[in-house]
Design a protein around this ligand. Sequence first.
Ligand code: C5P
Length: 232
Amino acid sequence: MCKDVIIACDFSSKEELYAFLEKLGDQKPYLKVGMELYYKEGAPMVRELKAKGFKIFLDLKLHDIPNTVYKAMRNLGELGVDITNVHASGGIKMMAAALKGLREGAGDGAMPKLIAVTQLTSTDAETLKNELLIGETLENTVKHYALNAKAAGLDGVVCSPLEASIIKELGLMSVTPGIRLAGDSVDDQKRVTTPAKAREMGSTYIVVGRSITAAEDPREAYIKCTKEFKGE
Ligand code: C5P
């Protein structure tokens, strides 16, 4: 079940990303490309990375009316990425439209995994209740949104490793950020888990950013994370 470590490439340009990838030497990790990098470098960079043999999680968190998301996903499907995502709060129809678009875009190529963001980790109980006027607990909304994602035919969700076991019980895959190697700085993450703990909790993939990108030796940190997570 513990499939792989995905490195969060939170860089502002392709030059920065490529300088980082040089430091990984012979390693060809799974990369998470998010809004910052994608909105700067776009589809050509994603195609280039795929041609170099990297697996890509394109983390753009789409959220719009179903028809717009369908058309956007058709374009993303053509890129040959391995995982991409939407916001579950867009609803079941939007998620189903995303899946349809992705499938059409992928054509005869491999079908990417489609996952949903349940609640952002920046949303706490207070925000949920007083700003978003949602009376349910955070846990209940996460579980309910995950069930909606499943009903729409999606493969899984982005969540905290602490929620990975519930997600597994629902038969979905989990991609979990908020990971730190033991002894590393927590930075702005509120709740962090080590790769070994995430393995115990049942995460399918872990997303690791600064514990690898800001490490003195990123190659060594990546190998350590992978060994810990896969239990090798
Ligand atoms: O550097 P760090 O390991 O904290 O990076 C985590 C990555 O995962 C970042 O790209 C962040 O945007 C992303 N993420 C997160 N929490 C979520 C969803 C995504 O930390 N709930």
